[in-house]
Design a protein. Sequence first.
Lengths: 312, 312
Amino acid sequence: MDLRQTAALSDSFHKMTFLKELERVAWVVERRLDELLGQGRAPIGGATELAQAMRYAVLGGGKRIRPFLLMESARLFGVSEGEALDAACALECVHCYSLVHDDLPAMDDDAVRRGRPTLHIAFGEATAILAGDALLTLAFEILGDPRLHQDPAIRAELVLDLAKAGGWQGMALGQALDLSAERQGFGQADVATMQALKTGALFRFACEAGAVLGRADASERAALQAYASAFGQAFQLADDLLDAQGDAEAVGKAVAKDAARGKATLVALMGVEAAKTRLGVLLQEAEAALAPFGDRAITLLDTVRFAVNRKR
Amino acid sequence: MDLRQTAALSDSFHKMTFLKELERVAWVVERRLDELLGQGRAPIGGATELAQAMRYAVLGGGKRIRPFLLMESARLFGVSEGEALDAACALECVHCYSLVHDDLPAMDDDAVRRGRPTLHIAFGEATAILAGDALLTLAFEILGDPRLHQDPAIRAELVLDLAKAGGWQGMALGQALDLSAERQGFGQADVATMQALKTGALFRFACEAGAVLGRADASERAALQAYASAFGQAFQLADDLLDAQGDAEAVGKAVAKDAARGKATLVALMGVEAAKTRLGVLLQEAEAALAPFGDRAITLLDTVRFAVNRKR
């Protein structure tokens, strides 16, 4: 083999290692979520349906990219997987609740998610609303629990941060903007603002939570927030490209639905080529933000590359 | 005036004083909720609709009985109104979110609440779902905020307690049971269990939160929980009696709707007279639970009497 072949082989081995790690962490997260959702009680018949619906919504697989980001951010500061795991699960509960409610008939009215019927199709609308509510509440039960961290100041700070990220000035506001009547007239800046709230806020929380668990200093937090911001934009842009170009079977959910609904995405507004160029810029921004962490941040770097290059 | 007249006059003056105090605290709570819901931002057009819907759901008046219970419980231990106010507002946010989601077409499908159109009638279903989600999230934002209490251990404990009270093993489970197919065959014990979760859990949280803020000891907490449990049952029974006997105008919402839906209430299962007798027993239980606090608990005593005798 010449040097170029060696480099290519090493690169592909590195990618494979990353994907294996992503899969392993997703499995760890799934197992812990299973535990956290297995402590229910059923005082009378019918009580188990809510818990079953919650399990259906949360344990349906998925890349678990938000928990992964949280745990990798925490690891920058020497926080072990076990110490970050419950915060990661709380975040995933909020993500899953948002999918359940966004899929409702009154919202995006989606029937398929991750290749399966959405929750309201499988369990009915009332149970889907309730299961979403209960998952959102469970996230804070997990964060408030002394098992999460021995220092209550850390627990309270994570609660405050997650509530802000998910709430009326974060993710919920983003979804409101996405649904609003004015949506039709949105320009690129409006769509970017909406996405920074709707999907960006939870990515920023993931990295911030890692910093909180790791007791990071202000400059480290700022660096991680810059990374998270670029990551969120890149993730969403890649998603929009998949929606514009992908096929439903590979992506695992309905595609081209934004266009069908007359909702302008950034890709539609700027065109596919410009979107790909923008993806490259965001990747560079994410890399630059991680520079202060040196080699410790190699997995976070892999994660944004993965988000940009993924096929589903 | 003879002694009996004097006693009757003193009693009616006492009642009036209590009602004035209940009104005053409701006003204080309303004003603080208004502040907490006035800090939104509107980055692009349409963003204010969500905040408006949240304000509509929360600032529509109401007795504010849960915040009142929380603040009065805290006052037993010398905690001032100002120190308990934000926790009381967080609790009210959870109560209001639950009303918004319970009223949805897929749930109880109610068009009138507190004499006004319900949120989904006024703002549409999608915004009602989102506003409920955002109010639930806001509750935890308020509890996680350092302004709530300087001790993060208190903040984290309130978060854990509220999440448990509202969640999949508390209020949300109660609502799931209320909606479940098995509901038709419920006996008295089943209905009692369902109500202890659906409405009782938040009353118990109100008193527990007062105890947490007041750093109450275990026996004080147990006494308050016994009071809260009797209070919750009495409140619900009085509500069912109003539903069975009242007229919509006086009550401010649809009446006799449980019967119309074929949902058995405790009143329907045990009869009006037995229900009134049971109310008397619960009142005695609440009084007995408060005995250890002596005269300090006079307002909590008034509160359960009010709940039992109210006409709406």
